[in-house]
Write a protein that binds this ligand. Structure first.
Ligand SMILES: *Cc1c(COP(=O)(O)O)cnc(C)c1O
Length: 371
């Protein structure tokens, strides 16, 4: 991709991701820290991000799909462990073995199929997922009863971790956190004898900040690595990672009140200047940010005015000096003092969705200090 041909840039600071990994590691002390880099590392590039984290000594990586695991396997050194959160997908079980992907076994069916494969291929590694209150994936209490009655279903499976997932970790005051922790302890105590003392993985980014009792043996942060605040309501302990910018295509000086954009939802003042920027909702800039969000040009805040179009936004730059805002200049949509969390809030969503929506039309560049 040629940056001159694209409407915008997504700059990913790999050094900041490495620093964030160190911050999270320090937070959990004795527990090991994995990295969740599903959905192409939340849109930032799984290969680049995975390798930067590998250089920061991360060896355990979680993705959602076997497809993501296979592609990551090609780009990471051979001793990286790759876990598939989505479980054992149908009709491709042998690919997990061939590509050395470790499934998170979410059901008794998956456990039985993996065990059968182990019969032919020798011991196979896996995680076992226990469902404690999010009702998505994992064994429930009655599955555990069945497993206890049929412990041979586990034959040949080397269970590395038991895991579960928090539903409300980003709401520290939610009672659900302690309830899920309690349920996890109960389910573990009820497992077949051989599984009761295995290492456990529970906390995502926000879970890490709920306290030591949530850390267990392996934590699984995702979004905090990429700069979003895992402690809503408190100062963000993470370093910013992304800068998202669009190019100014044209500037319009108007000397009377003029409607701007589809539906004429904004009217300029008498003497105004409007910049048209080559980023739109097709690039993941949410349509409902129109007339709400701000961006910066040369570190000065200016409002996004009128509706967001598919390929363009319009920005009222009347407050800027002409030489500070020219055709070809870059407008920062996320970065400088505009945080991911601020834009997410204005868009009525969360930082995760902003990150994963940033379009592939934006040219991606990576900053690293060489480590
Ligand atoms: C996505 C995901 C994570 C990471 O969550 P963050 O909130 O981004 O830290 C951890 N565990 C599971 C099971 C997930 O699906």
């Amino acid at each position: 991709m040629d940056p001159r041909l694209s409407g915008g840039y997504l700059t990913v600071d790999l050094t900041a991701i490495q620093k964030n990994y160190q911050i999270l590691k320090a937070e959990v002390e004795s527990s090991e820290c994995a990295a969740v880099i599903k959905a192409d590392a939340y849109g930032l590039g799984a290969s680049e991000v995975g390798n930067a984290l590998y250089r920061a000594d991360c060896r355990k990586f979680f993705v959602a799909l076997p497809e993501e695991g296979i592609s990551l396997r090609k780009s990471l050194p051979i001793d990286a462990e790759i876990f598939i959160l989505g479980g054992l997908f149908i009709d491709c079980e042998d690919l997990y073995i061939k590509e050395r992907l470790t499934p998170v076994l979410n059901s008794l069916d998956e456990i039985r199929i993996w065990s059968e494969l182990a019969h032919d291929h020798g011991p196979l590694p896996a995680l076992i997922h226990l469902e404690t209150g999010i009702c998505r994936l994992g064994l429930m209490a009655e599955d555990i009863e069945e497993l206890k009655a049929n412990p041979h279903w586990l034959d040949g499976i080397e269970v590395q971790y038991l895991m579960s997932h928090l539903a409300s970790a980003d709401i520290p005051a939610s009672e659900q956190n302690a309830e899920q922790l309690d349920e996890l302890h109960k389910l573990i105590a009820n497992l077949p004898e051989g599984l009761q003392h295995l290492p456990v993985s529970f906390a995502n980014s926000s879970g890490i900040f709920l306290g030591k009792e949530y850390h267990f043996n392996l934590v699984r942060p995702g979004v905090a690595l990429f700069g979003a605040n895992p402690t809503p309501g408190k100062a963000n302990p993470m370093n910013p990672v992304v800068q998202w910018q669009g190019k100014i295509l044209q500037l319009h000086n108007v000397d009377s009140q003029k409607p701007v954009g589809y539906g004429a939802t904004y009217r300029t003042g008498q003497k105004s200047r409007i910049a048209t920027v080559a980023i739109g909702y097709a690039d993941g800039y949410f349509r409902n940010l129109g007339n709400k969000a701000y961006c910066t040009i040369n570190n000065k805040r200016v409002p996004v005015v009128g509706r967001v179009s598919m390929d363009m936004i319009t920005v009222d730059v009347t407050s800027l000096e002409e030489e500070d805002c020219k055709r070809g200049d870059l407008v920062t949509l996320v970065g400088d003092d505009i945080t991911l969390d601020e834009v997410a809030k204005q868009a009525g969503t969360i930082a995760y969705e902003i990150l994963t929506s940033i379009g592939r039309r934006c040219y991606r560049r990576y900053l690293t200090d060489g480590v």
